[in-house]
Design a protein around this ligand. Structure first.
Ligand code: NDP
Ligand code: AKG
Ligand code: MN
Length: 402
């Protein structure tokens, strides 16, 4: 069979640990045999980020602006333990934070639903999609540890030199301080992409912050959403028979648990980060969720929402067998290839992306799956496959169907 041709490359951002192992297997077994793959490769593995003083991360984001579509492997965000483990020059920032700050936009995360894997929240009947603001807040924050007595202030110096000051705290002893920001323009594009996605998919939109406590910061998110909704989307929502609903984040969390699903939950950056982990694992597994960054300028970055699965990697290094779920990483590839196909009018590539996803879902529904799913499936006597075995089982199905 002749391989599918690509006209324009996608940006390939390789990553770390177990997901780096899965990455190579996915390419070898699921992509390269079928697609004449064109990528511009960036190695975002921690060693190479360290060698390049993290320049490679910035370069990969800039390449995404050029080619419009990227696929990213999970990466380590170093902490003190990683500094030692990798002998790092610096405690480099999160590559995701860096890339998202450059591209801006909203990360949409939706569970991958398969028959035989039921949500553990029994009233959830339909998927819940998280729309996570990708810019700013703690991900672009500045922090300080302070020692002893002293005064911490928030100071804004306007272009004309005028200063506005607010006392943060009068310290009587050691402590910590954090400064973070967001941009009205970024919040507005976040709001618009959520409203547009709700209309596109005909689902209600929920949004929640802690505006009662954060009377300026979070309140601004609430106000911008409401202004844009009233001015630009209210009538369209009425016509489509869907609703926009704002509530406090704690109320939203309680309501989500009681809901039957089937809506989009817009979240500030940090809320979306952690709530997407809750939603994906409650729908089955951290690896059963798609994740795509959609930037207001039309750039797309596909990824898995989970991390590098460190514990499995250490087992792998010891030569032990792993059964790591590659579904989210497979869907990152299929998402990027489909988008490349859409942008380039390449129908064959789009069809291949559909086939790859269908083969993945059918493999699980046919009873072959990784351990995380086998532990919770309602399918009787599931066949537990190792990391490579699952990917090879998907490859067999593609060969049959394609
Ligand atoms: N997008 C990104 O680039 C992200 C990167 N990270 C980075 O990843 C590293 C590890 O973070 P960690 O907190 O362990 O989070 P992970 O999401 O990597 O893993 C947490 C646990 O969830 C389970 N799990 C996650 N993914 C899978 C999978 N594909 N298949 C099977 N089980 C899975 C495993 O549980 P069990 O061991 O019980 O089987 C695993 O130990 C950190 O360095 C962090 O910085 C974290 C989040 C996102
Ligand atoms: O970049 C990181 O360190 C974490 C990213 C993350 O947790 C996410 O994208 O959900
Ligand atoms: Mn996360």
């Amino acid at each position: 069979m002749e391989k599918i041709k690509m006209q324009i490359p996608i940006v390939e951002m390789d990553g770390d640990e177990m997901t780096r192992i899965l990455w190579a297997m996915i390419k070898d077994h699921l992509i390269l045999p079928f697609v004449d793959l064109k990528t511009e490769y960036y190695d975002l593995g921690l060693e190479h980020r360290n060698e390049t003083d993290d320049q490679v991360t910035v370069d990969s984001a800039m390449a995404t602006k050029k080619y419009k579509v990227a696929v990213k492997c999970a990466t380590i965000t170093p902490n003190a333990a990683r500094m030692e483990e990798y002998d790092l020059k610096e405690m480099w920032k999160s590559p995701n934070g860096t890339i998202r700050a450059i591209l801006d936009g909203t990360v949409f995360r939706a569970p991958i639903v398969v028959k035989g894997i039921e949500p553990c929240v029994k009233n959830w009947k339909k998927p819940i999609t998280i729309a996570r603001h990708a810019y700013g807040d703690v991900y672009k924050g500045t922090e300080m540890k302070v020692s002893g007595k002293g005064k911490a202030e928030l100071v804004f110096t306007a272009e004309d030199g005028t200063e506005t000051r607010e006392l943060i705290h009068q310290f009587e002893g050691d402590g910590i301080i954090q400064g973070m920001h967001n941009l009205s323009g970024s919040i507005a594009s976040f709001a618009r992409s959520c409203f547009a996605y709700a209309l596109d998919t005909k689902q209600d939109l929920w949004f929640a912050t802690k505006d009662t406590i954060s009377k300026k910061y979070d309140h601004t998110f609430k106000d911008i959403f409401q202004e844009i909704f009233d001015a630009e989307y209210k009538k369209q929502f009425e016509k489509a028979g869907i609703t926009y609903f704002y509530t406090l984040i704690d109320d939203a969390v309680a309501r989500v648990m009681k809901s039957e699903g089937g809506y989009i939950w817009a979240c500030k950056n940090y809320d979306g980060d952690v709530m997407s982990d809750m939603i994906s694992s409650a729908f089955g597994s951290l690896a059963m969720m798609t994740s795509v960054l959609v930037s207001p300028d039309g750039y797309y970055e596909y990824e898995a929402a989970h991390g590098t699965v460190q514990r499995h990697y250490y087992k792998h290094l010891k030569g032990e067998e792993t059964s790591t779920n590659s579904v989210a990483t497979i869907f990152a590839w299929s998402g990027a290839l489909r988008k490349r196909g859409e942008l380039d009018g390449n129908k064959e590539l789009q069809d291949f992306a559909d086939c790859l996803e269908k083969a993945t879902i059918e493999t699980i529904e046919g009873g072959q799956m990784t351990k995380d799913l086998a532990l919770i499936t309602t399918i009787e006597n599931p066949m537990v496959l190792n990391s490579e075995g699952f990917i090879k089982a998907v490859a067999e199905r593609i060969s049959k169907n394609f």
